[in-house]
Design a protein around this ligand. Structure first.
Ligand code: PGA
Length: 243
């Protein structure tokens, strides 16, 4: 049984004060019957300790937006798994298309991050996805397969989440067609060769499309950027009903 993971990625948004207010608004909006899904929030590193305090007693678990592979050392601007564990962090996003694009993160580095996360009992959320050009050239499957194979090398499939996020759908309002997203998520599960692999979809998920996305048989949750910043819209996404 694959338990869906509904995750909000706040990216570079939310001060600690804003995060407190957000949680006070979000929690009362959650349906009582959401135990059949994991609910995860990924704030900036600076808001992790505040959120760790305010999510206590709620069904919300924490993720970081990245993680380094070493426990400590001369790695300016990086954060280690040990540091995250101190703040009750359970998941770590790795390989999001933004650090891939802005900081040239490679599949090799992403794999090191994911392995280190697992070694410390954090569940890596490994993001993969093709650009618009790659899709138009018919290269989407080849690109995603390479990212999956390299990013998940030596990774235990029962302790990882893969997020299929087509780059052209991120922050653009252009959601991938649900059937196509479902097909790619199914292919990823097949390539990894593990029937219980959790595969999320991400890219312009919003209250208006969540029920349809979650009714797809191969999609086990969503990674949400923009629509997770508003407690009402994220609550609606968390409270999805399969149609
Ligand atoms: P979006 O972002 O929901 O704003 O498209 C998704 C993501 O970057 O994970």
């Amino acid at each position: 049984m694959r338990k869906p993971v509904i995750a909000g990625n706040w990216k570079m948004h939310m001060t600690c004060a804003e995060a407190r207010k957000y949680m006070a608004d979000l929690v009362p909006l959650l349906n009582k019957s959401v135990e059949d899904r994991h609910i995860v929030l990924a704030p900036a590193f600076t808001a992790l300790s505040t959120l760790a305090e305010v999510v206590k007693g709620s069904p919300i678990e924490l993720s970081s937006q990245n993680v380094h592979w070493e426990d400590q050392g001369a790695f300016t601007a990086e954060v280690s798994p040990k540091m995250l564990l101190e703040h009750q962090v359970k998941y770590a996003i790795v390989g999001h298309s933004e650090p891939r694009k802005y900081f040239s993160e490679s599949d090799e580095q992403i794999n090191l991050r994911a392995r280190s996360a697992q070694a410390h009992d954090l569940i890596p959320i490994v993001c993969v996805g093709e650009s618009n050009d790659q899709r138009e050239r018919g290269e989407a499957e080849r690109v995603i397969r390479r990212q999956v194979e390299q990013g998940l090398e030596d990774i235990l499939p029962e302790k990882v989440v893969v997020a299929y996020e087509p780059i052209w759908a991120i922050g653009t309002g252009k959601t991938c067609d649900s059937f196509e997203a479902n097909r790619i998520c199914g292919l990823i599960r097949k390539w990894v060769d593990y029937p219980d692999l959790i595969v999320q979809y991400g890219g312009s998920v919003k209250p208006g499309n969540i029920d349809e996305i979650m009714s797809m048989t191969d999609i086990d949750g969503v990674l949400v950027g923009g629509a997770s910043l508003d407690p009402e819209s994220f609550a609606r996404i968390i409270n999805y009903q399969v149609i």
